[in-house]
Structures are given as C-alpha cells and as structure tokens.
Write a protein that binds this ligand. Structure first.
Ligand SMILES: Nc1ncnc2c1ncn2[C@@H]1O[C@H](COP(=O)(O)OP(=O)(O)OP(=O)(O)O)[C@@H](O)[C@H]1O
Length: 277
C-alpha cells in the first residue's frame, strides 16, 4: 500500500535579496515520490535542495504551490497527531518536566495516567535519560533535549514519523546508539518513516530505500534500494555490500553538492555585483 504519494510537486518562496529586491526562489519542481506503508525511507540531498521544505509540507506546516501530496490517499491540510515530527530544535514545553513532555501525545490518545507514566519512563530509559525525568527542558543540554523530543514522538507511536536530521546535533556515540535503537523500534512495529539526513552511512544503515535529491530546484534524482538483511546491526557497516552502496550514493550526490555550492556562490556574487554597481 502507498502511504505517501507526491506528484509533480512545486514550491517557490518569495525572498528578498540583500539589496532588497523581491525575487522568487524555486525550491522544488517536478518532485515525484512514493513512500510505501511501513517503509523506512531516507532523503539525501545537498544543502538547500528542499528536503526540509518537503517534510514541512508533509507535516502540514507549509503548503506547496503546484502538484499534489497525498497521505493515505488524502491531501495534507493541517497538523495531525497521526504524523509524529522530530525536527531540529523542535520545541519541548518549558513548563513541563521531561517526563510530562513525553506524556503529551499519550494524553491526546487518552491513555490513563498510570500507563502513560509507565510508557513515558520506558522511552525515556531508551534514550538514556531516565535519571532526568523530573528536570525541566532548560536544565538539559541541546543534545539531551533532542533525545527527549525523539523519545516523545516514539512513545505515542504515530502512523507516520517525519524526522528531519534528528541525530545531527548529537555526539557520535549517542548518535550511533540511537540509530540502533531506532532500527529496533522500527523493526518491531514498522511504522512508515521519512528520515532526512546528510549522512550517507546513516541513510544506508537505517533505510529500505534512499531517495537522492538534486540541487535546487529539488527533484528526485534516483532511488537506491538497500537490500541489506535485517535485523541490522553496527557491524553491517563493514560489509562489502554496505561499502558498495555508500560508494554508489556518493557518486549520485557529489555533482549535486558541487551544483548547490555553485548556486550559493553565484547568488552571493550577483548580490555583490548589484551592490557595487
Ligand atoms: N519560509 C521560507 N521563505 C523563504 N525561503 C525559504 C523558506 N524556507 C526555506 N527557504 C529556502 O528554500 C531553500 C530550501 O530550504 P530547505 O530548508 O528545504 O533546504 P534543505 O534541503 O532542508 O537544506 P539543509 O540540508 O541545509 O537543511 C533554501 O534556499 C532556503 O533558504
């Protein structure tokens, strides 16, 4: 079954250049992607190619200007608790303790207090923060807050998980631990996950398929099937198949990274040119 169907998606933003001129920035164009129910799909692409824009639209936080995006056959209109979001810096409620923050989604699902607390503790334990249950978000480091945000979304088990570089701000060891935990959780109940990352290794380790995007305007360049067996463990990174996939993904993405860099430098040069004359 198809969970997400994106067809001919187009998104442009009105932006102001440094000189104050209004311009249109075409961020996504002719973007087509299908995500299957229960699939773990990662999106890799150079900076600025529209990855977060796509996730924001899927989350109901932004809108597209053309084409169609369907989730479970219906257009995305609004935020929904069936879609769990883990975005960078996605806010925790500052007036609630860590444990109470984890309980939010469970409250909305009308789970009783005792069970709610037990589930919240279980997921807090999973991200290694059991000892911080009664602290407030401002008492934690940035990485710890991000772990709470991840635990919160995992705890209430949405049908669709949208994760935008959820591990980017974490130290290498925590990142590896959480990658393996996420694999375990996903392998146990196979919710659909759309996962954005800049790490080729992370994408291959976690995913069933990896969608590689072009530089702006972002479109899908290719989709890599990841036939590595499951359950996946750390050691799989050393397998010949993993190394082959990593090389293939890099071949696909490297020209797009150069293009994205040229786009950025080009935009800066034209602004400088306008300023001087
Ligand atoms: N609300 C907005 N208004 C104007 N421009 C925007 C807006 N949101 C995003 N952009 C621009 O759209 C482009 C794509 O942004 P987006 O965040 O989707 O890229 P990304 O692929 O997620 O990048 P990164 O990998 O660096 O996070 C960027 O050039 C960004 O500056």
């Amino acid at each position: 079954m198809i969970k997400i169907q994106a067809s001919q998606v187009r998104r442009e933003f009105q932006v102001k250049s440094n000189t104050g001129k209004k311009e249109k920035l075409l961020v996504m164009d002719n973007f087509n992607l299908q995500v299957r129910e229960g699939e773990f799909l990662s999106i890799l692409g150079p900076s600025g190619c529209g990855k977060s824009t796509f996730l924001n639209i899927l989350a109901g936080l932004d809108q597209h200007d053309g084409g169609e995006i369907l989730v479970d056959g219906l257009p995305v209109k609004d935020r929904s608790f069936d879609r769990g979001l883990v975005f960078q810096g996605y806010a925790l409620l500052p007036w609630r303790t860590v444990l109470e923050n984890l309980e939010i989604g469970l409250e909305i699902r009308k789970i009783g207090k005792k069970e709610r607390k037990a589930i919240a503790r279980q997921y807090l334990d999973l991200v290694g923060l059991a000892a911080f249950a009664n602290q407030y978000p401002h008492q934690l480091s940035g990485g710890m807050r991000q772990r709470v945000a991840i635990a919160r979304v995992l705890a209430y088990q949405p049908n669709l998980l949208l994760m935008d570089e959820p591990f980017a701000a974490l130290d290498a060891q925590t990142r590896e631990t959480l990658q393996i935990e996420l694999i375990k959780i996903w392998e146990a109940d196979k919710k659909t996950i759309v996962f954005i990352t800049h790490s080729i290794d992370e994408a291959i380790l976690l995913s069933d398929r990896v969608a590689v995007m072009t530089a702006r305007p972002g479109t899908i360049k290719d989709i890599i099937e990841v036939p590595l067996s499951r359950p996946r463990t750390e050691e799989i990174r050393n397998s010949a198949e993993f190394v082959r996939l990593r090389q293939y993904a890099w071949e696909l993405i490297k020209d797009e990274v150069s293009k994205a860099q040229r786009l950025q430098t080009g935009a800066k040069e034209s602004e400088d040119h306008e300023k001087t004359g």
